[in-house]
Design a binder for this molecule. Structure first.
Ligand SMILES: Nc1ncnc2c1ncn2[C@@H]1O[C@H](COP(=O)(O)OP(=O)(O)OP(=O)(O)O)[C@@H](O)[C@H]1O
Ligand SMILES: [Mg+2]
Length: 237
């Protein structure tokens, strides 16, 4: 069997934060890789380094040492300008607390994010895909938490990025709404062929992933491959 193409290779990545005279080693020689089209869950306790890692993969922060190879290019060598292009065209980011612009409608929020992207999808089509056809002209304050998170997923996906990065995407949602959002992210992976990384501390959802990366104290504790990932409907917690 031909081996799958690796989209992301994280190699001995470290991130040290200097706070006053002390150093915080948020990531310590961390390594793992992600195949094209894979759904990866990064699991770890609070403070394990999950957000730090996702921010570096998303081009929002830079590593202290190590390599981060995306599509065969080591992006730790990127200049500010190259990182801006990378953030714009390569990655879509879904935040725990949505981060929508409150004075723009759902549609305008998505339109804003695709404004400078090269191969973006139609914002209306993507909002329809996430089930918000009837709510496009509402402001975030007029939408439920789950609907706002769907707008934020639409905003990330509409850019047509190679990689979708999600930091605790269900952290602010109730159980059933959280399940809907995870099911949507899984569809984005399987139907739109996106590579999806979901960061969470909810170990119950690990069974939906193709690969689970366990992080502890800024290092990879183990990597588990699920040969038969479960559908989110089959998972209870
Ligand atoms: N900008 C920063 N300056 C200093 N320390 C930081 C900074 N960002 C993160 N840290 C520290 O790095 C460690 C990892 O933080 P991180 O936010 O990545 O954890 P996390 O796994 O996302 O946790 P949570 O599940 O609570 O979101 C923590 O000890 C945190 O206090
Ligand atoms: Mg975090």
């Amino acid at each position: 069997m031909a081996s799958k193409r690796k989209v992301i290779i994280v190699e001995n990545l470290s991130r040290v934060f200097k706070v006053g005279d002390s150093e915080i080693h948020a990531l310590n020689n961390l390594s793992f890789d992600v195949d094209e089209g894979e759904l990866v869950i990064i699991l770890g306790q609070s403070g394990a380094g999950k957000t730090t890692l996702l921010n570096i993969i998303g081009g929002m922060d830079q590593a202290t040492s190590g390599k981060l190879i995306v599509d065969d290019i080591d992006i730790t060598k990127y200049s500010k300008k190259q990182l801006t292009d990378y953030r714009r065209n390569y990655v879509g980011f879904v935040f725990q607390f949505y981060n929508l612009m409150s004075n723009l409608t759902a549609l305008e929020n998505v339109e804003l994010s695709v404004e400078m992207c090269k191969d973006a999808y139609s914002p209306k089509d993507i909002l329809e895909k996430v089930g918000l056809k009837e709510r496009m002209n509402n402001f975030p304050g007029q939408l439920s938490g789950g609907e706002q998170q769907r707008v934020s997923i639409a905003r990330a996906v509409a850019k047509n990025p190679r990689i979708l990065l999600c930091d605790e995407p269900t952290g602010a949602l109730d159980y059933n709404t959280g399940k809907q959002i995870l099911s949507l992210l899984s569809n984005m992976c399987k139907e739109e062929h996106k590579t999806v990384i979901i960061v969470t501390h909810n170990s119950a959802i690990k069974d939906m992933a193709d690969k689970v990366v366990y992080i502890r104290n800024g290092s990879v504790e183990k990597v588990q491959i699920n040969e038969n990932p479960k559908k989110i409907e089959e998972i209870e917690w």
